[in-house]
Design a protein around this ligand. Structure first.
Ligand code: IMP
Length: 437
């Protein structure tokens, strides 16, 4: 049985949660490997909608064990809320079903305040972060100031960490960000003692669990958040998130070696969206972009912000295929393209009058890139009831074939609606491992 990594190949919101949910029927372990509650996954099962931010979507299956690996940043309050909302629909998030790596960095109130204040100060140059404290928490991890899950269980040690961090952050907020918000070390310490009590039974050695699962030939799914173009090292920096979103980070965060990975699936919308600021070469700010937003219900799960919409960007997806080592692409939201007489594929870029093969490094250059389009015929038929490749109208099949050809990657499946039943998996390699329907 394989280790499969599922990642987004655009700017996030590609529908990873839904695909992971689909794959997790036979999965033993489902592991989230980066980001925090900046991500939002909506999974719809038999019409019931569940929004997940931190807990892997495998939790909606009766047996899969779900883990948060070392590279995740965790807001304990957000996690508690999510656990409660799952309980409201009769899904018990017990320590048997859910585990958290001791290495996970905690997002604390001062991280959120710093994230928000920095965005306010950036004014015109805003990144458009989710203001959930993601960046400041990762900074603490790298500077070795983080309070991690494992730090919660020694009160004396925790007290020292809290005092030191709160003093430092209060000073930074006041003197550098010129902000009046200040935090009380006592309050944060007391809150953390509560967090420690609640989460102690869930803390686990993720690397060891993953290792045992691999050795026992179990089916392990790694679930990424955001997308390749938001990767801190390879994305459209600085308009990126603060973690590595690419597949290789599943190994780093999950604590296992790259040779164990069997398959990397890239989740990709049939068009492009981006939330927050930053360059977006195939953005359509006209009527077609509005149609994609309305039909595709392109509003952020976490922040409710309208997403910027545009056409499929072949070069950007090609880059993501390379960065991740994608075996096959699952094209989501194909149904949203129904009704356009012509569809556009952004097939190349021109910068300063010259054709270029890849996105430039500097975001200033990416902003100046002009996307070149190829037009292909659309289709008018409602495809939401399609359950096989053969049932697709010929123009929709031709669209998938052309995407595969120009990107240079196999199409491993597609989806025609938000429900679990509306995902059609074609990836033969994966189907043979997973005995998926
Ligand atoms: P942060 O991750 O909150 O620091 O935000 C940095 C950038 O990543 C912003 O442009 C966000 O809109 C974007 N971002 C973060 N998480 C997601 C996501 O799950 N989907 C899409 N964009 C995201």
């Amino acid at each position: 049985m394989p280790v499969v990594i599922v990642v987004g190949v655009q700017w996030g919101d590609e529908g990873k949660g839904k695909i992971v949910d689909y794959l997790t029927e036979p999965a033993n372990l489902v592991v989230r490997f980066q980001g925090g509650n900046n991500a939002g996954h909506t999974v719809i099962v038999e019409g019931q909608k569940t929004a997940l931010k931190l807990i892997p979507s495998g939790i909606l299956r009766p047996t899969a064990r779900c883990l948060l690996a070392a590279g995740v940043v965790l807001d304990p309050h957000a996690l508690l809320e999510e656990m409660k909302s799952l309980e409201d629909i009769d899904i018990k998030v017990t320590p048997e079903r859910f585990g958290i790596a001791g290495e996970v960095t905690l997002i604390l109130p001062y991280h959120k305040a710093i994230d928000g204040e920095r965005e306010n100060l950036r004014a015109g140059g805003r990144i458009g972060t989710t203001r959930k404290g993601i960046g400041p928490a990762y900074e603490d991890s790298v500077s070795r100031d983080a309070i991690r899950m494992a730090d919660l269980f020694d009160e004396k040690h925790l007290r020292v960490l809290v005092e030191r961090n709160v003093a430092k952050k209060n000073k930074y907020l006041k003197s550098v960000l010129e902000c009046d918000v200040q935090f009380s070390p006592d309050e944060i310490f007391d809150e953390l003692l509560e967090v420690a009590k609640t989460f102690k039974p869930y803390v686990t050695n993720v690397s060891s669990e993953v290792d045992k699962a691999i050795k026992a030939d179990e089916f392990v799914v790694f679930e990424g958040a955001q997308g390749a173009l938001l990767d801190i090292s390879h994305g459209t920096y600085p308009f990126v998130t603060s973690s590595n979103t690419v597949a290789a980070y599943a190994c780093v965060s999950g604590g296992f070696g790259p040779k164990a990975v069997d398959r990397v699936l890239g989740i990709c919308k049939a068009y492009s969206t981006r939330v927050g600021s930053g360059p977006f070469p195939t953005e359509d700010t006209g009527a077609d972009g509005d149609t994609l937003r309305d039909v595709g219900k392109e509003f952020g799960t976490v922040t409710g912000r309208p997403r910027r919409c545009g056409w499929f960007d072949v070069k950007a997806v090609q880059r993501a295929v390379r960065l991740n080592g994608i075996d096959s692409l699952i094209i989501t939201k194909l149904d949203v393209l129904t009704g356009f007489s012509k569809l556009k594929l952004g097939t190349s870029y021109v910068l300063d009058g010259k054709k270029i093969e890849d996105l430039p490094v500097s975001h200033l250059d990416i902003e100046r890139v002009e996307a070149q389009y190829e037009e292909i015929d659309g289709w008018q038929e409602d495809i939401t009831a399609v359950r096989t490749l053969e049932e697709l109208p010929s123009a929709a099949r031709a669209f998938l074939d052309r995407v595969s050809e120009v990107v240079g990657c196999e199409i491993g499946g597609f989806s025609v609606g938000p429900d679990r039943e509306q995902t059609i998996l074609l990836d033969a390699g994966l189907r043979s491992y997973a005995a998926l329907k």
